[in-house]
Design a protein around this ligand. Sequence first.
Ligand SMILES: *[C@@H]1O[C@H](CO)[C@@H](O)[C@H](O)[C@H]1NC(C)=O
Ligand SMILES: *[C@@H]1O[C@H](CO)[C@@H](O)[C@H](O)[C@H]1NC(C)=O
Ligand SMILES: *[C@@H]1O[C@H](CO)[C@@H](O)[C@H](O)[C@H]1NC(C)=O
Ligand SMILES: *[C@@H]1O[C@H](CO)[C@@H](O)[C@H](O)[C@H]1NC(C)=O
Ligand SMILES: *[C@@H]1O[C@H](CO)[C@@H](O)[C@H](O)[C@H]1NC(C)=O
Ligand SMILES: *[C@@H]1O[C@H](CO)[C@@H](O)[C@H](O)[C@H]1NC(C)=O
Ligand SMILES: *[C@@H]1O[C@H](CO)[C@@H](O)[C@H](O)[C@H]1NC(C)=O
Length: 192
Amino acid sequence: MSCDEDCRRRFCAHVLFLFIVLCVCFIIAVLIARPTTKIAILNANLTRFELATSPTTSLFFNLSFTMSIGNNLWHDDEDYQDMEIACYYNNNEFDSIDLGNFRLHVMKTRIVNHSSSGNATVNLTSNEVDAFKRSNETGYFDIEIWLQGKRIFEDDYGYETKYLSYQCKLRLQLTTSQNSTTQGNFMPVKCH
Ligand SMILES: *[C@@H]1O[C@H](CO)[C@@H](O)[C@H](O)[C@H]1NC(C)=O
Ligand SMILES: *[C@@H]1O[C@H](CO)[C@@H](O)[C@H](O)[C@H]1NC(C)=O
Ligand SMILES: *[C@@H]1O[C@H](CO)[C@@H](O)[C@H](O)[C@H]1NC(C)=O
Ligand SMILES: *[C@@H]1O[C@H](CO)[C@@H](O)[C@H](O)[C@H]1NC(C)=O
Ligand SMILES: *[C@@H]1O[C@H](CO)[C@@H](O)[C@H](O)[C@H]1NC(C)=O
Ligand SMILES: *[C@@H]1O[C@H](CO)[C@@H](O)[C@H](O)[C@H]1NC(C)=O
Ligand SMILES: *[C@@H]1O[C@H](CO)[C@@H](O)[C@H](O)[C@H]1NC(C)=O
């Protein structure tokens, strides 16, 4: 079968059309797959982290961090309810912050600065206490910060609730007043 000039032109037009359709589909897919909320820990300082084993196993801490909560949507505000940040060491919650309800406007970010010190009773097995001691020797502790709550939004069926749960995994170096100047640069941590 031969193809004259006109036929070739039509063929090119079809290919071009298909290419444009594919591009549009790709862009839509990327936009849909984009997370609607972006969470990160921008900075954190751990200035006290000690374990006392009697009378109960308790963790004495002094932790401060900056969390950013961003609305990644450019077409809608986001409404959050019952939002809470909780800090964990080895599956033990030692600190929490109630953020309550708030709204984030289109492409806006809320910065939460938190600083607290205190003690919490923790439940660690003897193996986990040994792991703590090893971390204590290196000066690095693995801490998880969770942001949980729900997002309320309206769609064709009315108001919907989506439960949110973001985990931020941090490895923090203990800094004391003696060596705070040697503190390394904190690299922001994305939460998933
Ligand atoms: C916690 O650490 C910060 C920063 O090092 C310090 O300013 C603050 O006084 C500490 N708080 C307590 C109760 O030790
Ligand atoms: C952590 O400590 C550094 C140096 O003292 C300070 O610049 C930074 O603001 C602190 N970050 C937080 C979240 O407290
Ligand atoms: C949070 O802390 C950072 C640095 O310490 C500061 O620049 C920022 O203004 C603070 N934000 C709020 C909302 O307090
Ligand atoms: C532990 O924290 C509580 C307050 O949450 C305080 O009353 C208590 O004195 C603290 N314990 C020690 C040993 O510092
Ligand atoms: C402590 O943890 C162990 C297992 O990890 C569990 O069996 C036990 O009930 C826990 N104790 C408390 C007081 O939560
Ligand atoms: C952690 O290390 C400090 C000194 O770096 C030491 O005084 C303390 O006893 C250690 N704590 C534990 C639970 O091993
Ligand atoms: C600061 O000192 C503590 C305890 O002596 C140590 O565990 C930690 O690694 C030191 N941090 C830095 C940044 O050197």
